[in-house]
Design a protein around this ligand. Sequence first.
Ligand code: NAD
Length: 502
Amino acid sequence: MSNLPTISHWIEGRTLAESQGRFSKVFNPALGVATAQVELATRETVDKAVASALDAQKVWALTPPLKRARVMAKLKILLEEHADELCRLITSEHGKVYQDSMGELQRGIENVEFASYAPELLKGEYSRQVGMGVDSWSEFHALGVVAGITPFNFPVMVPLWMWPLAVVCGNAFILKPSERDPSSALRVAQLAIEAGLPPGVLNVVNGDKVAVDALLEHPQIKAISFVGSTPIARYVYATGCAQGKRVQALGGAKNHAVVMPDADIEQAVLALMGAAFGSCGERCMAIPLVLAVGDETADAVVAKLTEEIYKMRIGPGLSANNYDMGPLITKEHFEKVNHYVDLGVAEGASLVVDGRGLQVQDHENGYFLAPCLFDQVKPNMRIYQEEIFGPVLGVMRVPNLATAMELIDAHEYGNGCCIFTRDGEVARYFTDKVQIGMVGVNVPLPVPVAYHSFGGWKNSLFGDLHAYGPDGVRFYTKRKTITQRWPTSQLREGVAFSFPSN
Ligand code: NAD
């Protein structure tokens, strides 16, 4: 144990510091220094969180949905009031620039807002007279205690995809945020108590694989929502399902943008800049690949991208200079992304802009990598196939739309993609046929709003239901269908051995 401040668990509405002594360091990526240590839960910590959640859920499930929802309406206001504090926390642990943290928080708040309207989706379904004198209805019941495991890249928003909706549906929730930037999700959990959420309805355990395995194997946890990389998503899905749980596990991505020859190239490139380099490329909906249709399009796209990249300002996310892009999350990730740039060169792609070796004044130990741009990327290269999750954009030259779509469909990931064109027929063909879960037309980051649902196809999602929105309500509830008949003097029936039908 070091002298660093300790980030502990949040159970039963208060901080729970354990004494077993497993810790992991939390860094400020702009400075490259450890700023805190986070406790890593043991199985016993998870047991405590589950016991508290089980007790709380029994009462919470009986609370009328509108009262549950009102807590979310109050939380929305508190989140808005604490926006500056929360965004400073996000930026200091994640590294993304302050304005980007504000965007993340706003999208998270929209999920809280949706949860505050969720009783509308819990009304159930009713059919009168499904048979003579028979009525039938479906109700949506809470599952009990459910859990969520979240990644580092949206430390506030992704937890808010999950738990507000789960608790409005009558569940208690255990959140295991990323151990790399846990503070903002913990602060939101504290604000939830202020908003009126009863202690134990939301517990937060910090930790690593030990905590995740304890959640996956705990017999009292009925469902798991996971967001993170594909290998872990696959593991969480397989392990959770084998334990009889309902699981949705959202994985990694490698999203393509197609630029057609008729596109407004200037607008397309400006959109691509934010999609490729916003949040240092650490977004599952980022665009790391451009498929430029025709050499003329590719030449124009590469030239304009190069011009725009050299205008970018890179520096610490909390600076008054309002930089465009901050550092990567950790030293290990910084080294991994740098290695991919080396690899791209070795594989024969043409490195048009080399962002390696950037030094930011007074932040020499920060994990800064400036934007990198490759041209002449080919499908057999690892920089094409693998998720890099950094500020590295690759341009591939393709002869036509059909080739572009074959490449997208053959790729293992299916999270997002987009097309830039002025041709409605082409756009409609693309959106109809492409094998991807979230598609944009002249929209580079087609992240569904809170009242739709979010999810990819192929190796970007394991499970059936997407995250948040209407699918989220279905994921966090189980259906019960009741069929009712009251015998009357006019409607008496004799014995029937045939299957009931109309
Ligand atoms: P990650 O898979 O390393 O970690 C995600 C979570 O799993 C964390 O809470 C972590 O503690 C836990 N974990 C890590 N290793 C584990 C192990 N061996 N066993 C059990 N649990 C483990 O992901 P990350 O680096 O935090 O986040 C980046 C990844 O998340 C990228 O691949 C990105 O594409 C993906 N992501 C996907 C979406 C989506 O909606 N599809 C959204 C955001 C991020």
